[in-house]
Each structure stands twice: as C-alpha cells, then as structure tokens.
Write a protein that binds this ligand. Sequence first.
Ligand SMILES: Cc1cc2nc3c(=O)[nH]c(=O)nc-3n(C[C@H](O)[C@H](O)[C@H](O)COP(=O)(O)OP(=O)(O)OC[C@H]3O[C@@H](n4cnc5c(N)ncnc54)[C@H](O)[C@@H]3O)c2cc1C
Ligand code: FES
Length: 264
Amino acid sequence: MRRIESGKVLSNHKLAEGVYRMDISLPEISSEVQGPGQFISLTVGEGWQMPLRRPMSIASVENGSVSIIYKIFGKGTEWLKDRYEGDVIEAIGPLGNIFSLDNINIKETILIGGGVGVAPILYLHEQLSKDVLDHLLIVGAVTAAEHFLEHTPNAGIYLTTDDGTVGEKGTVMTLLEVLVDKLENPYIIACGPEPMLAAIHNYSTEKNIPGQIAVESYMACGTGLCQGCIIQTSKNGSIEHSYHKRYSLVCCDGPVYNIDAIRI
Ligand SMILES: Cc1cc2nc3c(=O)[nH]c(=O)nc-3n(C[C@H](O)[C@H](O)[C@H](O)COP(=O)(O)OP(=O)(O)OC[C@H]3O[C@@H](n4cnc5c(N)ncnc54)[C@H](O)[C@@H]3O)c2cc1C
Ligand code: FES
C-alpha cells in the first residue's frame, strides 16, 4: 500500500561527479516496498516553490530506511543535494511495479543501467548477489568521474564510458552486443535515459531477445490522476485505437514493462 511519510535524512553523500546517494528514514514506506523497480516521489523546495514531487527509484531498503541514488539535473535535485543529516523530507511511496524474475534464467540475464537509471538496476543486482545468483551487469556513463563501481569483468561487472577513461570504450550497446553473443538465451533488464532505452528496445526487438525495461518518463502526480506520464503500448506491432488500450500510465502500470509491450 502506498503511504505519505516524512522522514529524517540519515546521510547524503557524493558517489561520483554529479551523482549522490541519500538514505532517508521511512519505516512505513520501506515496510511496503515489494522490490526493485518501485520508486518514491519526494517533495522538494519550500512552500510552492516546486509544486511537483520528484520521482526517484528505490536503490535499496534496509532497517526502515530507503536509499536513492540521484543525478543533479535541475532545481529539485540541487535542493536534494543540499539536505543534511537530520533534515526532514516528505515522500510518497512505494509507487509503481517491480521487475519480474518469473521464468527467467538469471545466469543468462544482463542488467543494464545508465545515468539516472542506475538505482533500480543496482537494487536488483544487490538482491541477486545476496542470493548468489550469477548474472551480468553493465553500467554506462560518459566518463570515469561519473562511475562509482569498479570495472570487474571477472565478477560479471562491466563499466562503459563514451570517452574510454574507464572500462570499455563506447556506449552500453557496444558491450551488450559482445555479451549477448556469448549467451545461448540472453535476457535483458534495463533502466536509463530514453536514448539508451530506445537503442536497447530496437536491438532486442530486432534480435528477438526478451527483456524488461524500467521507464523514467516525465511525471507530475505519480499517482494516476494527471495522465501526464503516458507511454505508447504495442501488441505485436498493432495498436488498439482506444486511448486506454493505446497508452499506459508509467506511474501506475509501470515503470517496468516487458520490452515487447511498449514503444519507445
Ligand atoms: C519512475 C522514475 C524514477 C526515477 N528515478 C531516478 C533516480 O533513481 N535517480 C535520478 O537521478 N533520477 C531519477 N528519475 C528522474 C528524476 O525524477 C528527474 O531527474 C528529476 O525529477 C529532475 O528534477 P529537477 O528538479 O532536478 O530537474 P528540473 O528540470 O528542474 O525538473 C523540472 C520538472 O521536470 C521533471 N523532470 C525533469 N527531468 C525528468 C526526467 N528525466 N524524468 C522525469 N521527470 C523529469 C521534474 O520532475 C520536474 O517536474 C526518475 C524518474 C522517474 C519517472
Ligand atoms: S504522473 Fe500523473 S498520471 Fe502518472
């Protein structure tokens, strides 16, 4: 069940260039979290300065606290960066659905996170690692300063950078194609900026590789009221010409979708 809760900031620190992690004490919300993919929506600013809450994926849940990993993007995330231990933040959540691991061979699964989409992927990675479930992880960024993990291919963790300053040079797509070729029945789980998701969507559709994508659409209410977070659905390429069948609300039906269920 979704709740509104005010909680104290337990820590807020820099992980990499422009990337921060905040742990917030939210016992009620954390007790309702079902798993990776879900998000919370945070009130930012004072008064009516920034009326829309900012959606942030849950990066981890532990002992009554919820962690987020956020990238400085604009005024709201700048405000988050300037919160200190003991400051109080209001959140609504947990919102949205989770990645489904039913009928998936985890050993053949490639997790891909890029930019602001790294949080739910790391949450899933953490859970699979706890259960000692082998899988592959690709995390992409523009340059080394934006990364906070280590490039450790022996452990199945691959970093990519556009400028080649750490890990494999290129986008996550370059490495994805290499890893897919080594697997018999690859499965993709991804979250990241829209151009990255569009590239993964095209690739997996073309190669007929199944998977799931967590979409980070622009959002206003986060609770199904404003209809501001729609994504176009697709059923084997044919579109039903009814508003509700043609579009899905990312905040309620998503953010996680089977790759073949949506158009990007
Ligand atoms: C389900 C979901 C999960 C997300 N998880 C994360 C996360 O884990 N880490 C992270 O860094 N970011 C995440 N984002 C994106 C994050 O919400 C935006 O970067 C953030 O709202 C930008 O706010 P701002 O005030 O700094 O930027 P501004 O540009 O000042 O924001 C202006 C408005 O645009 C909206 N907006 C701007 N960019 C985005 C965007 N990319 N997606 C959605 N709304 C946007 C804001 O909510 C705000 O209403 C997520 C978005 C969604 C929808
Ligand atoms: S954000 Fe308002 S309906 Fe989804």
